[in-house]
Design a protein around this ligand. Structure first.
Ligand SMILES: Nc1nc2c(ncn2[C@@H]2O[C@H](COP(=O)(O)OP(=O)(O)OP(=O)(O)O)[C@@H](O)[C@H]2O)c(=O)[nH]1
Ligand SMILES: [Mg+2]
Length: 361
């Protein structure tokens, strides 16, 4: 287990939500095997473009890391390439931001080729500028005389990475065209498409399994599902295609969302989106997760009219709490019915199917 110090910046914009988001960040870090030794934060009044954190805070982190014997500094906020390099050089620690951790967990969970390609593309999106900056800034600069062997090696790696990125983009484009054909075929057959969307761990795959009697992988590790799963469902005299999709998370950087464009095509081509909400979350967490879900769906240009919220895991919630949570969810959506289900106990699944049928046909 790698021991780590975790840091984040508070500002007027994120003040209300940052602690909730950091709570989730700690869960993600732990699921990747990091042991969090300490958490440091700084209220930002003026952005430090060189280190993100102020000089004094960086010194404090350095001292703490030495004292606690930590080898990693995890940062919730996105770091620019230069901030990452400066922090690495000053702290002498491995420095990873939220995006790095998300990519690490994706990489760990990816089983299929397309997911792997998309993750590699997102990783290269970060790595190429990092290597470029290293070359321009680095050690080699202060060496007199002809360019060092090390610099040539870096340039070589850079060239290889750039050509790898080009090949990956072409390969993804090939799969994208296949996907477009699949979507067209589905439309020709007249199938409506219903997607299960929502935060990781909300229970999308559990609900998919309950609705289809399949046994797709379920776990409390974030981002268990990376590639979409499909199943045709026949209820009453109608059929529709149910799609289980990749989970959302707080503050997903647009470059990560863009890299998963192919996977997200399933969501974009839906006739109805079941937005699965974890009813076992506390009210504040629930509210922040709904906001994050809606932000991502807006970014994907999804029409709010096709959203159908579903509260899942109600087996973990008592009645009074459930009423309060239903009211909260209600305040965000334009629908009158909000089905509450337990995928685990298969509770209210038929009712959910009724709602889907009413909305589709
Ligand atoms: N008690 C209870 N637990 C549930 C229920 N639905 C899902 N879970 C649990 O919640 C965790 C996450 O479930 P998944 O179905 O994998 O969640 P997901 O939304 O598909 O997650 P990702 O694939 O990571 O996006 C698992 O440990 C499930 O057993 C439910 O109705 N009740
Ligand atoms: Mg899943």
């Amino acid at each position: 287990m790698a021991s780590a110090i975790l840091g984040y910046i508070k500002n007027t914009e994120n003040l209300r939500s940052i602690e909730i988001k950091v709570e989730e960040f700690i869960n993600i870090s732990k699921s990747l095997g990091y042991e969090i030794c300490d958490v440091v934060s700084q209220y930002e009044t003026k952005l430090n473009s060189a280190y993100l954190f102020g000089k004094g805070k960086v010194e404090e982190i350095k001292k703490k890391a030495k004292m606690l014997n930590c080898e990693t500094f995890l940062v919730y906020n996105s770091l620019s390439t230069i901030q990452k390099i400066n922090l690495e050089n000053t702290l002498n620690l491995k420095v990873l931001d939220y995006n790095d951790l998300i990519l690490e967990i994706f990489d760990k969970n990816a089983g299929d080729k397309v997911s792997k390609l998309q993750i590699e593309l997102a990783t290269l999106h970060r790595l190429i500028p990092y290597i470029k900056k290293k070359i321009s800034k680095s050690v080699f600069r202060d060496r007199p005389g002809p360019r060092s062997l090390g610099e040539y090696a870096y340039h070589n790696v850079l060239r290889q990475l750039i050509s790898r990125r080009k090949r990956i983009k072409e390969e993804i484009q090939y799969y994208k065209e296949l996907k477009i054909k699949e979507v067209e075929k589905r439309k020709e057959k007249g199938y409506k498409v219903v997607s299960l969307c929502g935060f990781y761990n909300a229970g999308k795959t559990s609900l998919f399994n309950s609705l289809t009697n399949l046994k797709k992988a379920v776990s409390d590790i974030p981002f268990t599902t990376l590639s979409s799963k499909y199943s045709l469902i026949s209820s009453y005299r109608n059929s529709f295609m149910l799609v289980d999709t990749i989970g959302f998370a707080f503050d997903l950087n647009p470059f990560i969302i863009d890299s998963f464009d192919l996977t997200l095509m399933d969501i974009k081509n839906s006739d109805l989106i079941l937005l699965v909400i974890d009813a076992s979350d506390g009210l504040r967490m629930l509210e922040e997760k709904i906001k994050a879900n809606l932000e991502i769906l807006e970014l994907l240009q999804i029409d709010k009219k096709i959203l159908q919220p579903v509260l899942n895991k109600v087996d973990l919630v008592d009645k009074a709490d459930l009423v309060e949570k239903l009211n909260l969810v209600n305040s965000f959506f334009l629908v009158k019915d909000i089905p509450f289900v337990s995928s685990k106990d298969k509770f209210n699944i038929d009712y959910l199917l009724d709602v889907v049928n009413q909305r589709l046909f």
